[in-house]
Unconditional design. Structure first.
Length: 57
C-alpha cells in the first residue's frame, strides 16, 4: 500500500490530474463519435437516408 501514499503526494497529483482530465475528454469525444456512427449505420440498415435534411421549417 506504499504506492497509494506515493500517488497522493502533491507533486504527483499535480501531474496526474491534468493527464487524467485530458484522457477523459478524448475518451468522451471518441465515445460520442462512436455512438453517432452506430446511429448512422442503424439508419442505413433501416433504409433511412442519414444525409437527408429532416428540418423543414
Amino acid at each position: 500500500m506504499d504506492w497509494v501514499a506515493k500517488i497522493f503526494q502533491p507533486q504527483v497529483l499535480a501531474l496526474l490530474i491534468p493527464v487524467i482530465a485530458i484522457i477523459a475528454v478524448f475518451g468522451n469525444k471518441a465515445l460520442k463519435a462512436h455512438h453517432q456512427h452506430q446511429e448512422r449505420m442503424e439508419k442505413i440498415r433501416n433504409g433511412i437516408d442519414p444525409d437527408a435534411n429532416t428540418d423543414k421549417e
